[in-house]
Design a protein around this ligand. Structure first.
Ligand SMILES: [Zn+2]
Length: 428
């Protein structure tokens, strides 16, 4: 029989960050991720799936990789594969999106019933377990080091192997082990390109500068507002503040609390669950508006969602403190194009409840990335030694820079996946 190769179709996250979704057609049809893209004006979705899926693989819980999954279960019942922690965290985020849709009066694309169906048709998979997901395709997850439960996926079929990195982090971070990139060689790799154009500064140095900046603010009688992602980053920040022995009050607000409880259910996925637990216990968890007001009585560090300032309690704090020159907003994560956080950083403006604010307090970003820098990714690619690489999950200029670098350093052809386009691979 003639080997017909396989196809990859870019359904989202092609020269952009958000709504990750890629369809692998190797005869059997496997969907890699099913995310959404959140901007202040609207939710953007990946292209619709017009074929019967044999399996769906979710790399990690972040909504830009999992947010549209329950919609696939409104009519069909493909089997979804993800780690148990991803399922728990994603379920929390799906319910939160329903709640937000309810508050904003927008159309939710799925219901609570669909979330239940998604759980029912999800097969939880541990790292390194080898699993035949169809007659033809074998799957294996490896720790991606990006957030709790995140996975790099390796698929094998027809004597070829394909790696999908999802979001990963090659260097170790405070809460998580570094990505497990000892996964053997791979013929093809679909890799994220978020920071395809640069390297990150030394992590310990960023941590130190962040703690010093927080101390400067509170010792000067101000408040440090720290917008942070609910899953992962917020806990990492609390852990760092504890590690450096910060004595000032630290508050944790928003969905980060629920995410913390889920995270602590999976101590095996963490580097040091005990230390994290201790740090989280030391922080004051804000449960209601009254406590939120009380938190603003004495200088404090307030770690709160949303990480890109697109909603959540952080907006409350910014509204109350924007005129206070002694206070500061310290961004701690990637700010996607079009988000409030990105606008705040680049233009110094933020819109809250329809009104524009130009904060007088300090605004600064710290590079606590959970994504690999360029050389971290090259290190992984060198190990995997693929014949061809496909680039996803990056803004156009980052993708271009990374594409050139891969060719230059490794001599490997790298191609960005294009939205709505099909690439044919490996035809002989
Ligand atoms: Zn992510």
């Amino acid at each position: 029989m003639v080997y017909m190769g396989f196809k990859i179709i870019g359904m989202g996250a092609c020269r952009e960050v958000g709504r990750s979704s890629f369809l692998l057609d190797a005869g059997d049809k496997i969907l890699l991720d099913r995310g959404i893209k959140l901007t202040p004006e609207r939710v953007e979705y990946p292209l619709p799936v017009n074929t019967r899926l044999d399996a769906v693989i979710i790399s990690h819980a972040h909504l830009d990789h999992s947010g549209d999954l329950p919609r696939l279960f409104t009519k069909n019942t493909p089997v979804a594969y993800m780690t148990p922690a991803t399922l728990d965290l994603a379920e929390m985020l799906w319910h939160d999106s329903l709640k937000i849709a309810g508050i904003e009066g927008t159309d939710a694309k799925f219901s609570k019933v669909d979330i239940r169906r998604t759980r029912k048709y999800t097969f939880p998979v541990s790292y390194r377990a080898e699993l035949e997901i169809t007659e033809k395709v074998t799957m294996q997850f490896f720790d991606a080091g990006h957030i709790v439960g995140s996975a790099i996926t390796k698929l094998s079929f027809d004597d070829v192997s394909l790696v999908y990195t999802g979001d990963f982090k090659v260097e170790e971070t405070r809460l998580l082990n570094k990505a497990d990139i000892k996964i053997g060689e791979a013929d093809y790799v679909i890799i994220e390109s978020t920071y395809g154009d640069k390297d990150h500064p030394n992590r310990r140095k960023v941590e130190r500068e962040f703690v010093e900046a927080c101390l400067d603010v509170v010792e000067n009688r101000g408040f440090a507002i720290v917008p942070a992602f609910a899953v992962g980053r917020s806990h990492e920040i609390v852990d760092i503040l504890a590690e450096y022995g910060v004595k000032h009050p630290i508050y944790l607000d928003g969905m980060a609390q629920k995410a913390a409880n889920i995270t602590l259910k999976y101590p095996n996925y963490l580097k040091d669950a005990k230390t994290l637990k201790r740090a989280l216990r030391k922080a004051h968890w804000i449960r209601n508006e009254r406590e939120r007001k009380r938190a603003l009585k004495e200088p404090a560090i307030i770690v709160t969602t949303a990480g890109m300032c697109d909603g959540g309690p952080v907006l409350n704090y910014i509204k109350r403190l924007h005129n206070d020159e002694k206070s500061a907003i310290f961004l701690t994560g990637y700010q996607v194009e079009g988000t409030q956080g990105r606008r705040l950083l680049e233009e110094g403006v933020i819109t809250i409840d329809g009104k524009e604010y130009r904060p007088k307090c300090t605004v600064r970003k710290f590079d606590f990335s959970a994504h690999p820098g360029q050389s971290e990714m090259l290190r992984a690619l060198r190990k995997w030694n693929p014949q061809e690489v496909f680039l996803v999950h990056g803004e156009p200029e980052k993708v271009r820079a990374f594409q050139n670098k891969i060719k230059e350093e490794l001599g490997i052809d790298a191609h960005p996946l294009e939205f709505g386009k099909t690439v044919k691979v490996g035809e002989r």
